[in-house]
Design a protein around this ligand. Structure first.
Ligand code: ZN
Length: 194
């Protein structure tokens, strides 16, 4: 199973998520917003040093790019990729579009840049609703070998504790069912593409 955490890095939530993953010996992929990564570049190193992978989640996560032309879209992805590569010293595993939006301009840009799109098949809407144990169990029941799970590492302190508790339960229960966790990499993502 491939866990992924979108929208960070966040100075509060990302270290807490890293700690929770380390406690259970799990590795994952962090889809970073490039401008946020530049403001918290120490966290980029910490993510990589812990054995996790980094994905491209756009330059600034602003959705107005979806309503602009293909060149703006291409720059939005390319600039993020270059900045994340400068910070991390490696290419990202691929691009995940904010809100999962897919448009002809997006596909055109990714083809031009030769960057794979990384979607997911299990999600919990954990930014909109509290991630409860029952929702975690329900999602786990729908997961299979190779599932890509979408979560977020941006929860603010009032909700962070509950999120971390459920994350711990989810990881423990998934492992009990025989799942192992690995970070994504670009060649793996390419193989999975149709
Ligand atoms: Zn996002």
């Amino acid at each position: 199973m491939y866990l992924s955490f979108d929208d960070g890095p966040d100075p509060e939530a990302t270290p807490a998520v890293l700690h929770a993953l380390a406690e259970q010996g799990c590795t994952a992929t962090f889809f970073l917003v490039a401008e946020r990564a530049e403001r918290a570049h120490g966290l980029v190193s910490r993510i990589l040093e812990a054995g996790h992978a980094i994905g491209n989640h756009s330059l600034d996560h602003r959705w107005n790019v979806y309503f602009r032309g293909p060149r703006a879209m291409l720059r939005w992805i390319d600039e993020a990729e270059r900045r994340l590569q400068d910070l991390s010293g490696r290419e990202t595993v691929g691009f995940r579009s904010p809100a999962g939006v897919r448009t002809p301009h997006l596909h055109w840009s990714l083809r031009k840049l030769d960057i794979p799109l990384v979607h997911w098949d299990v999600r919990f809407f954990d930014r909109a609703f509290a991630w409860t144990e029952s929702r975690a169990r329900h999602g786990l029941a729908g997961a299979g070998p190779g599932s890509i799970v979408l979560l977020h590492d941006t929860h603010a302190p009032p909700h962070l504790d509950g999120f971390l508790r459920t994350l711990g339960l989810f990881l423990a229960e998934a492992r009990r069912r025989g799942f192992r966790f690995a970070p994504l990499d670009r060649s793996l993502v390419r193989q999975a593409l149709p």
